[in-house]
Design a protein around this ligand. Structure first.
Ligand SMILES: Nc1nc2c(ncn2[C@@H]2O[C@H](COP(=O)(O)OP(=O)(O)OP(=O)(O)O)[C@@H](O)[C@H]2O)c(=O)[nH]1
Ligand SMILES: [Mg+2]
Length: 366
């Protein structure tokens, strides 16, 4: 495989992975000052807040989106203004039209209705809004600024029976005057519950957008690895000599692109290209000498020509799984170490190669 061929392949796989992951759409509603923006920042980072004014979709709702970011947001304001009924009617009409559209990617996929624990009150208008929303989209109740529930959650569940669930959150650390410091809480539960109600096609996008529970990005990546391993086994089982090793490369590049997309990395051809060449090259170096790898090695630009060979289904699948888990371990490790600071392709590539080397060493020892 020529370098330009590999570049083309990487470009295609990046596009496919981003397309498959897609973008999830979240609607957030609740009275002014309940803490919607603060909550969004805590769950998705400052990313969405930076998107400026957004695009008005009804007089009271704006849509925020950002190139490359896996979440689209509909933020509603002014629902407690005088023109309340009209405001709500327009919003619901918009969502109904959206969600009756044929392409599920354009739908609103989940809604959070926020109530502040401070007020401990559910108003009629809020009840009506939630009931109307729930006819078109799964709605979760979010009790914000939570300190002491005192039966409020039960009250919300009772008054808003259409809610799929209610979770109490504290989006920011609170320091009380008389000493105690209350850390954020409930954000991971909110994300867990949201993952349960988001349509399957948008789960990876939602997992990629949020930053409070790494486990969802890991879980989605595991699914991507399993799918790639199955595809690799099918290739290995095809009795066409020489063709099979080459056919594994697109599967593995696609897998790396898919995992990168599930982690919400800022994917480009150059970005993934660096990771892929590093990974494939070290794959050759690390497990060098074994028949399977010679086939892959041959495909790595600059690694020289070595005769390729047929590979067995089990080998193809094992190799692909090992490759995928090494990449997943690298990303997980980097995220655990650096939080959500942007990761460079070089950092990722280095961590990936470390993991591959470690895996190879482990398999030598056993
Ligand atoms: N103590 C505490 N304050 C919070 C919490 N969440 C939000 N706040 C505060 O509540 C105030 C309003 O928060 P916002 O996030 O701006 O509220 P909003 O719902 O976006 O308000 P609008 O955009 O006007 O509809 C701010 O001063 C926040 O710092 C929380 O969990 N605990
Ligand atoms: Mg706000």
């Amino acid at each position: 495989m020529e370098l330009t061929e590999l570049n083309d392949l990487v470009e295609r796989m990046v596009k496919e992975a981003l397309d498959r992951r897609g973008v999830a759409t979240l609607l957030i509603a609740g009275k002014t000052g309940v803490g919607k923006s603060t909550l969004l920042n805590a769950v998705f980072g400052e990313n969405l807040a930076e998107t400026g004014q957004g695009r008005p979709i009804t007089p009271s709702a704006r849509l925020y989106e950002k190139e490359g970011f896996p979440l689209r947001l509909i933020d509603t304001r002014g629902i407690e203004l005088a023109a309340y009924t009209q405001t709500v009617t327009e919003l619901i009409a918009h969502i109904r039209i959206r969600n009756e559209g044929r392409d599920p990617r354009d739908h609103v996929h989940v809604a959070w209705y926020c109530l502040s624990e401070d007020s401990r009150r559910v108003e009629d208008g809020e009840r009506d809004l939630v009931a109307a929303l729930a006819r078109h989209v799964p709605v979760l109740g979010v009790i914000t600024k939570s300190r002491a529930d005192m039966g409020f959650r039960d009250e919300v569940l009772r008054q808003m029976p259409e809610l799929r669930n209610v979770v109490s959150v504290r989006a920011i650390t609170e320091e009380l005057d008389d000493g105690p410091v209350l850390p954020p809480k409930g954000l991971d539960t909110l994300v867990d519950l949201t993952m349960e109600v988001v349509p399957e096609g948008q789960q990876t996008a939602f997992a990629a957008a949020q930053r409070v529970a790494l486990k969802h990005q890991v879980n989605q990546s595991r699914k991507i690895i399993a799918t790639a391993a199955t595809a690799a086994a099918a290739v290995g089982a095809t009795p066409i000599p020489f063709a099979d090793a080459a056919a594994l490369v697109p599967i593995q590049v696609g897998m790396l692109a898919g995992i990168s997309a599930a982690f919400g990395l800022d994917l480009s051809r150059a970005f993934l290209g660096t990771i892929v060449s590093g990974g494939l090259a070290s794959m050759g170096g690390v497990v060098g000498g074994r028949a399977i790898v010679t086939g892959l090695l041959k495909l790595v630009p600059g690694a020289g020509t070595i005769a390729g060979g047929a590979i067995a289904a089990a080998t193809a699948s094992t190799l692909t799984t090992a490759f995928g888990f090494a990449y997943l371990a690298a990303l997980k490790h980097l995220r655990e170490q650096h939080g959500d600071a942007p990761l460079s392709a070089d950092d990722i590539s280095r961590a990936f190669q470390d993991q591959l080397r470690r895996k190879a060493k482990e398999s030598e020892e056993t």
